[in-house]
Design a protein around this ligand. Structure first.
Ligand SMILES: [Fe+2]
Length: 476
C-alpha cells in the first residue's frame, strides 16, 4: 500500500511538472470549442449598435422557435438581468435568424449576456464597452472556407481566425473587430458559423462589411445585425451600408458590391450630418482604390477612384480601411487625387487635409510562393516586402490621435506604424464646386453600371442554385 502511494505521488508530481512545462494551450481549448458544435452552430454575433450605449445581436434559431431575446446583466451569475426582445427573420433555408438590439449600456463596463431562443438558452458570454480612448483590430479577407475538396479547410480557416483574435488581444486591450469583407470564401452558413465559433469572437464587438465573396450566397444577410442600415439605389440584396459612433469616432461602412456611388454619398452625408462633432471619420469598405500592385486590377481601381474619391474629399474622411487585393498598402495623404501629405513608417501627420487609404492583406488567403511583387502606384507610400506575408493591424483611437500599427501574422513582429493627429488648428479642406458636381454626376451614372453588376450576380446565383428571390427584387 505504501509502495502504491509512493508510485501515485511520483505520478502526480510528474503530471504537475508536465502541466507546468506544457500548459493547456489556447489551441487545444479552441479545439474543444470547435467540437462543441451545438453552441458553435448558433453563429452568435455581437455587432455594434448605433452608439457605444447599444449592441446589436444576431444568431440562428430552429425553424419552430417563435420568440427570441437577449438577457443582459452586470453580474456573471446573471442576477438583476434585463431582457430585450427583437425581430425574427426566416432564412432562405427555412430556419430563423434572431435580431435583437440592447440599449442603455454604460461606457467602460463589462456586461454578461445570454441569447434565448424559445426555451433554449446559450451559455453566458461577456463583452466590454469602451470610453473615448479605445483600440480595435482591423483586418480583411479572412476567407473562412468550406472547400468541398478539402475536409479540414473549414476547421483550419476558422481556427486560424480564432487564433488571430488571441494574438491581437494579447497586443492591446481591444473590444472591437473591424473586418473589411470576404469574411467567407463562398458566403456559406457554415463559414459564418466557423467565423463565430470561438468564445473570444462572441465576446468582442464585430463590425463587418460584405466582400465580393460574401455575395456568393444569401447567408451574409442572416449573419449580421447592423445599425443605421441604409439601402440606397442598387444596394446589394444581402446587405446595405451602415454607420455607428464610438468614442467620438464615426465609422461609416460601405458595401462596395453596390456600384452606385449615389447610394454611398447618401450614407456618408447622413452619417456626417447626424454626427457633426465626431473627431474622426473612418470609412470601411471592401474594394481598394490604391492597392495598385496588381496590374489587372488597375482598371477597376481607376473606376472606383472616379466614383469614390470626390465623396471622401467632400466629407473630409480621415482614413479609409480596405481589402480585396490581398496586397498591403498605405497611401500618402491624398486630396483631389494629389498627394498633400507624406506618410512614413513611424511618422506622424498633424492636421492632414486629405485622406489616407489603407489596404490590409488577406488573413486566410495570402499570396502563394512564386508571386512577384510589382510596382505600386505613385500614391502608395508603404507597400509590403514579400507578397506571401500577412498582417493584422491594431488601431488606437483617442480624440487627439489615430495610431495604426501593423504586425506580421507569422512572427507577431511590428511591421509598420503611422499616426494621424489633430489639434485646435485643424481646418478641413473645402471641396470645389466642379469637383463636387462631378462626383454627384458620376454617382448618378454609376447607377446604370450597378444594374449590370447586380444582374450579373443574380444570374450567377441562379446558376449556382439559389432561388426564392426575383430578378427585380435582387437587381433594383
Ligand atoms: Fe478576398
Amino acid at each position: 500500500m505504501k509502495k502504491m502511494k509512493s508510485i501515485l505521488s511520483v505520478f502526480l508530481a510528474a503530471l504537475m511538472l508536465t502541466l507546468a512545462i506544457f500548459p493547456v494551450s489556447a489551441a487545444s481549448s479552441l479545439e474543444e470549442q470547435w467540437l462543441n458544435s451545438e453552441e458553435a452552430k448558433r453563429g452568435i454575433t455581437v455587432n455594434p449598435g448605433a452608439t457605444e450605449s447599444e449592441r446589436n445581436f444576431s444568431w440562428y434559431m430552429a425553424a419552430d422557435v417563435t420568440e427570441c431575446r437577449v438577457e443582459i446583466s452586470e453580474n456573471e451569475d446573471m442576477s438583476d438581468s434585463k431582457s430585450f426582445t427583437g425581430e425574427i427573420i426566416t432564412t432562405y433555408q427555412g430556419d430563423k435568424s434572431a435580431k435583437v438590439t440592447v440599449t442603455g449600456l454604460e461606457s467602460e463596463k463589462t456586461y454578461y449576456y445570454t441569447c434565448v431562443s424559445g426555451e433554449e438558452k446559450s451559455a453566458v458570454y461577456s463583452f466590454t464597452t469602451d470610453g473615448d480612448t479605445f483600440s480595435a483590430l482591423y483586418m480583411s479577407d479572412i476567407h473562412v472556407y468550406d472547400n468541398p475538396e478539402d475536409e479540414t479547410s473549414l476547421k483550419d480557416t476558422s481556427l486560424a481566425f480564432a487564433e488571430l483574435i488571441g494574438k491581437a488581444t494579447a497586443k492591446a486591450p481591444l473590444n472591437l473587430i473591424l473586418a473589411g469583407g470576404d469574411l467567407a470564401t463562398e458566403g456559406q452558413r457554415v463559414e459564418y458559423e466557423g467565423l463565430t465559433f470561438s468564445k473570444a469572437s462572441r465576446e468582442l464587438t464585430f463590425a463587418t462589411i460584405m466582400g465580393n465573396h460574401d455575395r456568393h450566397s444569401f447567408d451574409y444577410k442572416y449573419f449580421s445585425n447592423l445599425p443605421n442600415e441604409m439601402y440606397g439605389p442598387m444596394s446589394s440584396y444581402q446587405s446595405g451600408n451602415y454607420y455607428f459612433e464610438k468614442g467620438g469616432v464615426l465609422f461609416i461602412c460601405i458595401d462596395t458590391n453596390n456600384a452606385s456611388a449615389q447610394a454611398h454619398r447618401s450614407t456618408v452625408k447622413e452619417a456626417v450630418k447626424t454626427h457633426p462633432d465626431a473627431k474622426w471619420r473612418i470609412v470601411m469598405m471592401h474594394h481598394d482604390l490604391y492597392g495598385g500592385s496588381i496590374p489587372h486590377r488597375e482598371t477597376e481601381c481607376n473606376l472606383l477612384r472616379i466614383l469614390f474619391s470626390p465623396l471622401f474629399d467632400e466629407f473630409n474622411i480621415d482614413l479609409v480601411l480596405m481589402g480585396h487585393s490581398h496586397h498591403y498598402s498605405i497611401s500618402d495623404v491624398i486630396y483631389n487625387g494629389e498627394k498633400v501629405g507624406e506618410i512614413e513608417n513611424g511618422g506622424t501627420v498633424n492636421n492632414a487635409r486629405g485622406t489616407v487609404y489603407f489596404v490590409s492583406t488577406s488573413i486566410g488567403r495570402p499570396e502563394e510562393e512564386g508571386e512577384e511583387a510589382v510596382a505600386y502606384s505613385d500614391r502608395v507610400a508603404i507597400g509590403m516586402d514579400k507578397l506571401t506575408d500577412s498582417y493584422y493591424n491594431i488601431l488606437d483611437f483617442s480624440p487627439e490621435a489615430i495610431k495604426v500599427t501593423s504586425y506580421n501574422l507569422e512572427t507577431d513582429e511590428e511591421y509598420v506604424s503611422f499616426t494621424l493627429t489633430k489639434d485646435e488648428d485643424y481646418e478641413p479642406e473645402k471641396i470645389g464646386f466642379f469637383r463636387k458636381l462631378g462626383g454627384i454626376l458620376a454617382g448618378f451614372i454609376s447607377n446604370f453600371y450597378g444594374i449590370y453588376v447586380n444582374a450579373d450576380r443574380y444570374f450567377g446565383l441562379k446558376k449556382a442554385g439559389y432561388t426564392g428571390v426575383g430578378f427585380f427584387e435582387y437587381v433594383f
